[in-house]
Design a protein around this ligand. Structure first.
Ligand code: NAD
Ligand code: DAU
Length: 349
């Protein structure tokens, strides 16, 4: 089977590529990525020479390029992760999100439809999406697969639009699709614009750890390798046309998470307990900040037998250790353009 994975040089994509390349030596895995600021081939150093892996540098917003790629490589399936993924960036520059997340997804749907010409036997379009499409929860309740969409940021609106297009291609053209909507991931290779790696980087450097508002917003955290395992399970055993929610059963208020992270960092850096908590700084809230996300994954857990394999305490320690052991990775991605992003994002907060 020839599988095209888009966005495979990014955070989650790189874990999915690694899992598929190592676990399925008979599959040919093609990683198509344009390498934005978030795409990094260093994430895949350990598998780049494997015979069943090929990197293709390309842009999913370029329809003609995609048509050529599909004609040349004759992909059987696609796992689509390429996206602009950071909510704060979507607030300061929404158009890139419309281009990549909406137009890019429709281009891929069309490339599959044209290349496969209505002969869909053994073919699959797997769309990786987010729980943010469901909007914001109050103190009670969980997002299920039938929760009505209510996206509230440019990022989540663009992902919601892409989900609708994927389902439209299923209903209208019969394109075989599967979707999954996952909660917040964390783990190695996470770009340090997102809360956990940003806080690790700040604590390590003795800089303020910015917590938006009062830190009371709640997220449901899942270790990235467990998300990759869920994608593997759904890709192989999920029902065509279906959606699966993926979550960690692991809700944390931001402030509680950051305090735990400070304590783990103190322990790992040999600092006196309580040192890093002094770096916590409450800053201006995110516009339209969703209060709470929490996922009901029972369809995936009971139907396909998936469950998270690491606890949050284990996963957080593994993550901290990875960042401390891969200082060069962190240094590379936080030099250059990152500096400008960081000062624009946080100087006015
Ligand atoms: P990321 O920002 O780390 O990686 C995105 C990748 O897509 C990068 O490698 C980038 O170079 C590539 N890309 C961007 N624009 C492209 C284009 N025009 N053409 C080709 N490649 C392009 O993102 P991530 O956090 O790994 O998220 C991956 C997917 O999973 C996204 O679709 C996101 O919406 C979804 N998701 C993320 C999370 C999370 O917590 N990070 C949770 C649920 C769902
Ligand atoms: O829920 C899934 C989503 O999780 C994915 O679809 C997105 O791609 C991914 O970026 C993530 O979105 P969030 O906005 O939840 O993640 P982020 O790490 O940006 O923020 C997590 C929480 O921490 C959120 O409530 C905002 C807050 N925050 C974030 C940053 C960057 C802070 O308090 N301070 C910060 O500096």
């Amino acid at each position: 089977m020839k599988i095209l994975i888009t966005g495979g040089a990014g955070f989650i994509g790189s874990h999915v590529v690694r899992l598929f390349v190592n676990k399925y030596p008979n599959y040919q895995i093609y990683n198509l990525d344009i390498l934005t600021y978030a795409g990094n081939l260093q994430n895949l150093k350990d598998i780049e020479d494997k015979g069943n892996y090929t990197f293709l540098r390309g842009d999913i917003t370029d329809k003609a390029y995609l048509e050529h790629m599909f004609a040349d490589y004759k992909f059987d399936a696609i796992i689509h992760l390429a996206a602009e993924s950071h909510v704060d960036r979507s607030i300061s520059g929404p158009m890139a999100f419309v281009q990549t997340n909406v137009i890019g997804t429709v281009n891929l749907l069309e490339a599959c439809r044209c290349a496969w010409g209505g002969d869909y036997y053994g073919k699959l379009f797997y769309h990786v999406s987010t729980d943010e499409v469901y909007g914001s929860l109050g103190e009670e309740g969980l997002f299920t697969e039938s929760t009505a969409y209510d996206p509230r940021s440019p990022y989540s609106a663009s992902k919601a639009a892409s989900d609708h297009f994927v389902r439209a291609w299923f209903h209208t053209y019969g394109l075989p699709v599967k979707l999954s909507n996952c909660s917040n991931n964390y783990g190695p290779n996470h770009f340090p614009e997102k809360l956990i790696p940003l806080a690790i980087h700040s604590i390590k450097s003795g800089k303020p750890v910015p917590v938006y508002g009062k830190g009371e917003n709640v997220r449901d955290w899942l270790y990235v390798e467990d998300h990759a395992r869920a994608i593997d399970v759904i890709f192989h055993r999920g029902r065509v046309g279906d959606t699966y929610n993926v979550g960690g059963v692991n809700e944390w208020r931001n402030i509680d998470l950051i305090e735990l992270l400070c304590d783990v960092m103190d322990e790992r850096l040999g600092r006196e307990n309580g040192t890093s908590r002094k770096l916590i700084t409450f800053v201006k809230d995110r516009a339209g900040h969703d209060a709470r996300y929490a996922i009901d994954s029972s369809k995936l857990m009971q139907g396909l037998g998936w469950e998270p394999s690491v606890t949050f305490e284990q996963g957080l320690r593994k993550t901290v250790d990875w960042y401390l052991q891969n200082e060069q990775w962190l240094e590379n991605v936080t030099s250059g353009a990152y500096q400008q992003y960081y000062s624009e994002q946080y100087s006015t907060r």
